[in-house]
Every structure is written in structure tokens, then in C-alpha cells.
Design a protein. Structure first.
Ligand code: NAG
Ligand code: NAG
Ligand code: NAG
Length: 506
């Protein structure tokens, strides 16, 4: 006996059933969705980011130690967990590692130097253009850049060579984005042979800060903090607080409008018999106004990084890639919350929590179900007049009408590289380290010859202490060279800074 079901009642029951089914299937769809794009693990990549929007990562050495052209982004507007950052694949870019790049102040053009050629990657259009090849641009790897947001000038310490291979001084490269010209300015003699340092533009000081690095082709790392201003030249600073140990290839990024700088990781001095230093697992915040370092909690040994790339977004540090002390953790993404001073597995985006992703699914489900219910309801009405039995079949018909909302972005590319395989035994791990070292050695051998680095004979330089806080040389003794004269204090007086200002020249 068939119970008499009114069309309205049937429609209502069906709607409830379909809604429940649809939400369940959407939720399970969200969970069983194939993993989205995963970048190849990498180290010595280069990066750019826009706070609250996107982080871009280019190139580097892949997990199998080959050079990559890989390019991808991490969405910084969404919230995500460090086990599945909001990656998105981009078309391949330039094949290189530990090369120079900086995002220009328009937040659209990514300035990238590889092999002395200046490229621009236009983010909105996703296109590369070649600005030109400049023979006075160093081909060295391990040179970091900073840009003055007020005039678009790009500064690369040790980035300018007078004549390639012909010897002569190496200076500060100054690139003007407006007229596309390369100029040069003096380096402090103490940084002449230093590479693999980190630089950041300090907006509040209208100058750049340079931390650490190592003497070219040696593992001797440094902990010096320098300030350079186009108006007053170079200055070795004497910071206070918990001063970071010597390191190279550290992340050094501005936070809170450049009033604080965050230093994370880097490669420390080797502890014999090791040839290379350990990846550091510590984080420090520099208060720019008082020049005081504060140390945060260590990330733990597994999170030690060198040659990683970082961003600051929504008051969090995001670190991707790099070399860890444990080769099995190459591609990890880490997040440090500056507000809570703690490492966390959840990045908090600017557009709310990731669970809001379920809202469009459920909304879509309800919309789809209402539509289906209306169609089914109408259909039942129509069919009931002709043949009651047909109404049951219409339930099956309804199924294809359920729209399947996919608010997630599917990766439209398939991974092109085989999964990164890891050596298992200690012997294999050792061999891998050796291969890496050889790769690094051969890769970095294309640096300018030592003669290309000018060693001022007249000055008692190169006697640095790698932990050099007591370092006390006159940075401004280049009077015999390029008519360079000691900067005076007028700049600071103009800026109403007191004699206690740590940036003040001696
Ligand atoms: C790291 O890379 C491996 C293989 O490439 C991948 O299976 C894994 O999910 C990645 N992990 C993270 C946190 O990205
Ligand atoms: C760099 O440029 C020079 C001259 O244009 C070229 O001969 C050389 O092969 C390039 N090196 C690399 C690593 O691309
Ligand atoms: C920069 O650091 C890397 C990684 O430790 C190292 O292999 C390379 O030799 C360094 N570059 C120079 C020129 O010393």
C-alpha cells in the first residue's frame, strides 16, 4: 500500500534528505580532496611578498640538489596550517639559486638579477621582461638587495664590479628603477669580501641594515650589524640585548612598518670537524629605534634553517624551505606569531579562518538543494497528474542536478617532478651531504676571482672578529679613494636625533 504523499510534503522531505546528503558529501569532499599542489622542497631560493596578500618563491636548489626554475605562491590572505600551506603553482621562472631579488615599491614588479641581467616579473600580468645586461653587475651569488620605497632605488652591497675579471674594487650597487641605470657607491672596507649576508630596508632610518654573512669562500661567519644610508654612508652599529651569534644566509625581514626587524635561522660557524655550520634554530627581534635585540623561543632542532625564505604577514613570520640539520625536513613551512612570541602550526590570514571555506560549500549546497527541490517539486506535480509511479524515479533524476561547489582552487598542472626520494641509511645521508657540498662548491666557483675584490692596502682591515662586538675600526677612511670623505653628523642633527642615538656616527 502506498501512503499518500502530497507533492509539498514529498518536496520538503526530499529537500531535507538532499541537503543532509549534500553537506555530508561536501564535507567529505573537502577532506578527501586530492592534495593540492606541493612545491618541490628547495633551499637558497629567492622570494618576495606582500603582507596580508601573497608570498612568491622562485628558484633555488631542489631536494635532489639540482637548480630549479620553480615558482609558486603562498596565499597570505587565507588561514592555513603549516602541514598544508595555501600553495599555488606558477609558471616556471629563472633557473638560479641564492640570487638577488627585491619587490619594487609598486608591489607589482619583482626585480630579479641573475648572471648580471636585470629581469622584472610583473605579478599582475604574470610576465617576465628583461631590462638589460649590465657588465658592472656582479655575477656573484649570495648578494641580498633592499629597495628604498620612496624613490625605488635598489641597493646591493658588493653588487657592483668595475670590470669583470679585470680586478678592481667591488662596491655598493645602486640601481635606479626610474631611469634603469646602474650607479655605484662606496662599501665599508670591512665588508669588502663578505657575502651571504642579509639586508633589509629600514624605512624609519631611510637606510639599510646588513647582518652577518661570511668571508668569501670561507665558512667564517660574522655577526656584525651595519647601517648604510645614502646620506651618511656606512656605520658599524653596536646593538644591545641578546645579540645573535655569527651566521650567514639568515632571514632578515621588517615587521611593524620597519620599526622591528626579525632575524631567523642561518648557518652558523662550523664546529670542527664539520665543514659546514649548523642551521640555526633561533629567532631574534631587533627594535630599530633602540637597537636592542630580543631573543624569542627557539624553534627546536628540527626547525633550524639556512638558505630559507621568509615573509612577514599579519604579524607573523612565515619561513619556507631552506636547509635543515635533518635532511628530511627540507620543505617545511614554519610560522612564528610575533604577537604571542611563539611558534605555531596555524597561519592566521587576513580574511579570517580557513573554516570559512565551508561557508560557500554549505551555501552552495543549500542553493543547489533548493533549486533541485523546486525542480523536483515541480516535476512531481507534473508527473503526479499522469503517473504517480514516475515520481519515485525523479529522485534519481535529481542527482545530476546537484551542483558540486568547488571553492578550492585545484592545481591545473600536474606535478612534473618525481616525488622527492630520501636516502635511508646514514651512509647515504653522508653521501648526500657530500654531494651537496660539491654542488655548492662548483656552483659558487663562478664567483668573481679574488682579485676582483679590492683589498684596500692602506687600511688595517680584514682583522675581523666573527663575533665582533668589540670591533673598532674606522669605517670611513677611504679618503684616498673616490673622494670619499667621512660622513658628518648633520644628517642626524637634521633629524633631531640625540647623541645617544645608536646610529650616530662616532
Ligand atoms: C614535503 O615534500 C614531500 C615530498 O615532496 C611531500 O610529500 C610533503 O607533503 C611535503 N610537506 C610539506 C609540509 O609541504
Ligand atoms: C652568463 O652570461 C654569460 C654572457 O652573457 C654567458 O656566457 C654565461 O653562460 C652565463 N652564465 C650562466 C650561468 O647562465
Ligand atoms: C655562501 O653560503 C653557501 C652555503 O653555506 C656556501 O656554500 C657558499 O660557499 C657561500 N659563498 C661564498 C662565496 O662563500
Amino acid at each position: 500500500m502506498r501512503p499518500d504523499i502530497s507533492p509539498f510534503r514529498a518536496t520538503w522531505l526530499l529537500s531535507v534528505l538532499l541537503l543532509a546528503l549534500s553537506i555530508i558529501s561536501s564535507l567529505s569532499h573537502a577532506q578527501t580532496q586530492p592534495p593540492s599542489y606541493q612545491p618541490r622542497p628547495g633551499f637558497l631560493s629567492t622570494s618576495a611578498y606582500i603582507d596580508g596578500q601573497t608570498m612568491y618563491v622562485l628558484g633555488g636548489f631542489g631536494g635532489d640538489d639540482s637548480l630549479m626554475a620553480q615558482m609558486f605562491s603562498i596565499d597570505l590572505s587565507k588561514s592555513w596550517s603549516t602541514s598544508s600551506p595555501a600553495y599555488k603553482r606558477m609558471a616556471d621562472g629563472i633557473t638560479d639559486a641564492r640570487f638577488t631579488s627585491v619587490l619594487l615599491p609598486n608591489n607589482k614588479d619583482w626585480f630579479v638579477i641573475s648572471n648580471s641581467t636585470v629581469y622584472l616579473y610583473n605579478i599582475p600580468s604574470g610576465t617576465w621582461s628583461t631590462v638589460g645586461k649590465y657588465n658592472t653587475l656582479s655575477t656573484s651569488h649570495g648578494l641580498s638587495a633592499a629597495v628604498d620605497p620612496e624613490n625605488g632605488k635598489v641597493y646591493i652591497p658588493n653588487g657592483y664590479v668595475f670590470s669583470k675579471g679585470g680586478g678592481g674594487p667591488v662596491e655598493l650597487m645602486v640601481y635606479s628603477t626610474s631611469d634603469k641605470t646602474v650607479q655605484h657607491n662606496i662599501m665599508t672596507s670591512n665588508l669588502v669580501q663578505v657575502i651571504n649576508f642579509s639586508v633589509v630596508w629600514a624605512s624609519t632610518l631611510k637606510g639599510l641594515l646588513l647582518f652577518g654573512g661570511s668571508v668569501i669562500n670561507t665558512p667564517n661567519t660574522r655577526s656584525d650589524l651595519y647601517f648604510y644610508s645614502p646620506e651618511s654612508g656606512w656605520k658599524l652599529l653596536t646593538p644591545r640585548g641578546d645579540i645573535p651569534t655569527a651566521r650567514r644566509l639568515a632571514c632578515f625581514v621588517p615587521a611593524y612598518g620597519g620599526t622591528k626587524m626579525v632575524l631567523f635561522g642561518g648557518q652558523g660557524d662550523p664546529v670542527p670537524p664539520a665543514q659546514n655550520g649548523n642551521a640555526q634554530n633561533d629567532i631574534y627581534i631587533l627594535d630599530v629605534a633602540t637597537l636592542t635585540w630580543t631573543r624569542g623561543p627557539d624553534i627546536g632542532n628540527n626547525g633550524g634553517r639556512a638558505g630559507h625564505v621568509c615573509a612577514i604577514s599579519n604579524e607573523q613570520l612565515i619561513s619556507w624551505g631552506g636547509l635543515g640539520n635533518d635532511a628530511s625536513s627540507d620543505n617545511n613551512t614554519f610560522v612564528y606569531n610575533l604577537k604571542t612570541s611563539s611558534w605555531t602550526t596555524e597561519y592566521i590570514g587576513t580574511s579570517g579562518s580557513s573554516s570559512t571555506n565551508l561557508v560557500p560549500i554549505i551555501a552552495g549546497s543549500i542553493g543547489g538543494v533548493v533549486l533541485v527541490a523546486l525542480l523536483v517539486g515541480g516535476f512531481i506535480f507534473y508527473r503526479r497528474k499522469k503517473a504517480k509511479e514516475q515520481a519515485v524515479k525523479s529522485i534519481r533524476l535529481s542527482k545530476p542536478y546537484i551542483s558540486n561547489p568547488t571553492p578550492f582552487e585545484y592545481n591545473q598542472y600536474s606535478p612534473q617532478s618525481p616525488p622527492h626520494s630520501r636516502p635511508q641509511s646514514q651512509e647515504q645521508q653522508y653521501q648526500r651531504q657530500q654531494q651537496r657540498q660539491q654542488q655548492h662548491n662548483s656552483y659558487y666557483n663562478d664567483l668573481p676571482s679574488e682579485e676582483e675584490y679590492y683589498l684596500p692596502q692602506q687600511h688595517p682591515s680584514q682583522s675581523y672578529n666573527s663575533h665582533g662586538q668589540s670591533y673598532d675600526q674606522n669605517d670611513y677612511s677611504y679618503d684616498d679613494y673616490n673622494n670619499y670623505t667621512s660622513p658628518n653628523e648633520s644628517y642626524y642633527r637634521q633629524n633631531n636625533q640625540t647623541a645617544h642615538n645608536p646610529y650616530r656616527h662616532r
